[in-house]
Design a protein. Structure first.
Lengths: 450, 509
């Protein structure tokens, strides 16, 4: 029941050039009359089965004042339904040796179970039960809200650098809900009511907004019968789903800001507004991320951590999700370096992508690294299900991208990388954030732990 | 909550599950709002469907051979994804750091890929990155490791690189200085991370000045004291074929794997490796440390005591007991703290599996205002596990988790290899891999109570609270922990008996 923060978004599909191509998925697609999408992929190597349900709702569906609600709702899905008692989903799956959990990100809420394969009927039955008849009462809701507040304290407020992304996104975005964190603010969590829960359930937790994926040791025909039996009886949504998500305006000038936090070392971030996942120009941005920071031979590591010793840690990555998001590079500044020189070095490395093409060897290296991610990212049935569902839910039902992106990456050239760098890495698209230890603030307390 | 009396009479797990479900559903108060919706009324009441026929599952094939120089090699093959994973374990870690040199094993491991006899640090990075591989090295408590993953076409290159970094690291002075800087900066960051601090302090309390009690990455002082001679000597002493295990896992044949191991490691000379003398950990002693972090919004809580090493006849029964306390399948403390009271996002207890001795540690976090309550509840569960026999249902659930989980633990070839490595590393019997489920199922409620009485020390627990002392301390007396020591976080010294660095005139730096 974790918030999936942007940094840990599942590593995405890939290219290759020299390495052998991994096997393609062998899946079937189905849709029930009530709109439920189904992806089935048999894999009999081990007698286990993975079942996931992706609801196409995340923190970007939350209006102002309701931040954190999608994730809070995810927690409520464990509070029982007509035939399953509160907290029993988790304990029942555990008591057959299975694992289950859920995660919420900006775009989706994902419930998953991996169990010994003979328990497929039980898992489908439990997932259908909570899609159909969630128990929503005030006392349970209020108690679970406290759990989520503890989760926020644990993950964000009580961690050095825990608020780094929250600060960045709040300042980089003006109106698009990517501005706010998945976990939400304490004030909004406190203001949420049980009526909000019911409305959210009726709106988003409907078959037409859900994708059921099964990967593992099962028989597709039998699974489809079970799915029809358990999920087929859930009624269609009463009204069509309308999304009114504000569009972030084009940026017109560079912005720089400095804030103060109780962190041991300064952090600097250089961010650029980019495009969405699946846009043809998004693929070269993955190559950019690799060239800048995959491995110790990557440019940012080599320059900032190894050669100039400016940073304790540094990386740059494209956060490619459903709506246009950010590319950002972060460096934690070493005690004997300055935030200014570190920022300058980061910007120089990004500018270099525009002024000269990356070398053919760097491109090949990045493609080989993608092949690796692609291959080792498809070992478990959970990973396979994640790739299939991700392609289907976030690429408008085009599940072929789960395999096809491998070939897209093959075709990327050094000129593509340079063109895309020039398109996005402009000064007007740039936001530079410096986060200094509070002790360095004007009037800051020198007694604070360093 | 569910009715346990009914459940205890059941014999099969499946019967238990059904009963849990039905009693859970019945116990709901009738007439809640959600029950008045058309959606609810239209939905049938139903019972959980029966499972399908189970397929038999056995531990998958693997092969172990020992080279003439003593290097043990484990091979697991798979032919789905065109990749090969390589893992080398060396039987020495932070526990083997000499006195005053805490952090040495970690420094040695982190320098392995920073240059060898034939390649600079940059050459190593370029070699592994260009073939789309990954390479990493590190040190744990009892072991050090080097891992690599490469595509099958690059198996030979990957293996050669792994051998280079494990056998002939250069330990160039400039790389040592660079690594030392990194470690010292990272320690500075860790010192402000309440989770890291709580873990480090509970280890010191449980294991005292036994090597397990000191931080694996060392302290700023010990890391500053490490010389190149120390580094070379550690590598020379412990990195030997007869003190290592290699696993080769992936899309290749057994012959290819063993021939590859022979090619790159066959010429590595066997050496005499000193025997590790297990030192004694102190007896469990009740001690409460409050690490003061003014303004903290949450308190990190750790509660534990010293227990038994991994290779001990009671290990599996104790592991199961700790699962009931705070692990998958049962987890009393999660139920009490989170499900019943909403005090935390998570609570768990674990057994630390180590060579020389071991520990039991429960952990959770809660807001400052509920710290006393949460602490009391966790400690009470230590007492209860010792005082009362576990319910048959709870035991059955914990057993069912461990045994039912078996097919999930052998899904990937890497996971299979890790289990084999684990058995070899702890000098257990490889037959244990096959008989694990039978052994777990043979454990009875009486066994749980016996090991709980033998190894849990509820009256002599070590306790760490990292949080805002101003808010936390006033709660402690009323929950029975009136005696405690306060350590300001900026003065925390893990090597001092009282955990305190002497105050300096200029304040903390």
């Amino acid at each position: 029941m974790a918030v999936l923060v942007a940094l840990s978004v599942v590593e995405r599909a890939t290219p290759v050039a020299a390495a052998s191509r991994p096997p393609k998925f062998d899946y079937q697609l189905h849709t029930l009359d009530n709109g439920l999408s189904i992806i089935l992929n048999e894999d009999h190597s081990t007698p286990i089965v993975h079942v996931s349900l992706w609801y196409h709702v995340g923190s970007k569906d939350e209006p102002r004042g309701r931040t954190g609600f999608a994730h809070l709702f995810e927690h409520m899905m464990f509070k029982g339904s007509k035939n399953v008692g509160p907290e029993q989903h988790t304990s029942l799956v555990a008591s057959i040796g299975g694992q289950s959990n859920a995660t919420t990100n900006e775009d989706t809420t994902i419930f998953w179970n991996t169990v010994p394969s003979q328990y497929l009927p039980m898992v489908l039955w439990m997932e259908a039960d909570r899609m159909a008849t969630l128990r929503v009462d005030d006392a349970t809701f209020k108690q679970e809200r406290e759990v989520v507040k503890e989760e926020r304290r644990m993950r964000i407020d009580n961690q050095p650098y825990g608020r780094l992304q929250e600060i960045l996104y709040d300042k980089a975005f003006e109106v698009h809900p990517y501005k706010h964190p998945v976990i939400g603010s304490m004030a909004d969590l406190e203001a949420a009511t049980v009526d909000n829960v019911r409305e959210f359930y009726e709106t988003y937790y409907v078959p037409g907004n859900a994708t059921l994926t099964i990967v593992g040791d099962f028989d597709s025909k039998q699974a489809l019968e079970l799915i029809t039996q358990y999920f087929g009886a859930i009624p269609k949504a009463a009204r069509p789903l309308e999304r009114k998500i504000p569009v972030e305006p084009q940026k017109t000038r560079e912005r720089r800001e400095t804030v103060y936090e109780e962190w041991p070392l300064p952090a600097v971030i250089v961010a650029y507004h980019i495009t969405y996942d699946g846009d043809p120009d998004s693929y070269p941005l993955h190559i950019v991320s690799k060239v800048l920071s995959d491995g110790q031979s990557s440019r940012i590591y080599r320059r900032l951590v190894y050669q100039d010793r400016l940073a304790l840690a540094a990386f740059g990555q494209a956060n490619l999700i459903e709506h246009p998001n950010l590319f950002y590079a972060v460096a934690i500044v070493q005690p004997n370096a300055t935030p200014e020189s570190t920022t300058k070095a980061l910007i120089e490395e990004i500018e270099r992508l525009k002024t000269e093409p990356i070398s053919a060897r760097e491109l090949q290296r990045a493609k080989n690294q993608f092949a690796r991610d692609y291959i080792i990212g498809r070992e478990s049935i959970q990973q396979k299900a994640t790739h299939l569902a991700h392609a289907y839910v976030l690429h408008n039902g085009d599940v072929t991208t789960a395999d096809g992106e491998f070939d897209i990456f093959q075709g990327i050239t050094t000129a593509d990388v340079q063109r895309v760098a020039r398109r996005f890495f402009t000064p007007q698209n740039r936001f530079v954030l410096t986060i200094l230890p509070k002790a360095a603030a004007p009037g800051g307390s020198p007694e604070r732990p360093r | 909550m569910l009715s346990r009396l009914t459940n205890r009479q059941r014999t099969t797990i499946w019967g238990l599950l059904l009963t849990v479900l039905v009693s859970g559903a019945l116990s709901t108060l009738a007439g809640a709002d959600y029950e008045k919706t058309a959606r609810w009324k239209a939905w049938p009441s139903s019972r959980m469907p029966k499972p399908l026929e189970a397929r038999p599952v056995t531990f998958p094939p693997y092969e172990i051979r020992t080279l003439a120089n003593g290097l043990k090699v484990v091979v697991v093959t798979q032919h789905e994804q065109p990749a090969v994973s390589l893992r080398m374990i060396v039987r020495a870690g932070a526990a083997n750091d000499p006195q005053g040199r805490a952090g040495l094993a970690n420094m040695v491991a982190s320098l392995l890929d920073q240059g060898t006899a034939t390649r600079s640090a940059g050459d190593v990075a370029e070699a592994i990155d260009y073939i789309g591989g990954a390479l990493g090295a590190g040190a744990g408590t009892d072991l050090s490791f080097v891992n690599a993953i490469v595509m099958k076409d690059n198996f030979a290159d990957g293996l050669t690189l792994l051998s280079d970094v494990a056998r002939t690291p250069a330990f160039a002075p400039q790389e040592i200085e660079r690594q030392r800087d990194q470690v010292v900066s990272a320690l500075g960051v860790n010192a402000g991370d309440p989770e890291w601090v709580a873990d480090a302090v509970i280890d010191r309390l449980i294991y005292g000045f036994h090597p397990y009690g000191l931080p694996g990455a060392g302290t700023a002082t010990s890391v500053a004291a490490i010389t190149r001679d120390d580094i070379v000597a550690f590598h020379q002493r412990w990195y030997a074929p007869n003190n290592a295990i290699l696993a080769i896992v992936g899309d290749l044949s057994l012959d290819e794997a063993f021939a590859g191991a022979e090619r790159v490691f066959g010429g590595w000379a066997r050496r005499d490796v000193p025997a590790v003398r297990a030192s004694e950990a102190p007896d469990a002693t009740r001690r409460v440390i409050v690490v003061d972090r003014p303004g903290a919004v949450q308190t990190e809580i750790r509660v534990g005591n010293v227990a038994i090493p991994r290779k001990h006849a009671d290990y599996e029964a104790l592991d199961l007991a700790v699962k009931v306390l705070g692990g998958e399948g049962a987890n009393r403390i999660q139920r009490v703290l989170r499900s019943e009271r909403g005090l935390t996002y998570g609570a768990s207890a674990d057994i630390q599996a180590l060579k020389q001795t071991g520990g039991i540690v429960a952990e959770t976090d809660t807001r400052s205002e509920t710290t006393g309550e949460a602490l009391r509840l966790v400690v009470d569960e230590f007492f209860r596990l010792q005082r009362e026999p576990v319910f048959e249902l709870e035991l059955a659930d914990a057993q069912a988790y461990l045994t039912g989980n078996f097919p999930l633990t052998i899904e990937t070839p890497d996971a299979i290899a890790l289990q084999v490595l684990n058995v070899l590393f702890y000098d257990l019997d490889v037959k244990d891999l096959e008989t694990y489920r039978a052994r777990v199922n043979a454990i009875k409620s009486d066994d749980i109570q016996r090991v709980a009485r033998g190894y849990l020390k509820p009256a002599r627990l070590s306790i760490v609270l990292v949080g805002d002392a101003r808010l936390v301390e006033p709660q402690l007396k009323s929950v029975g922990f009136g005696e405690f020591e306060r350590v300001p976080i900026e003065r925390l010294d893990l090597t001092a008996p009282n955990f305190l660095r002497p105050a300096t005139a200029g304040g903390a730096h």
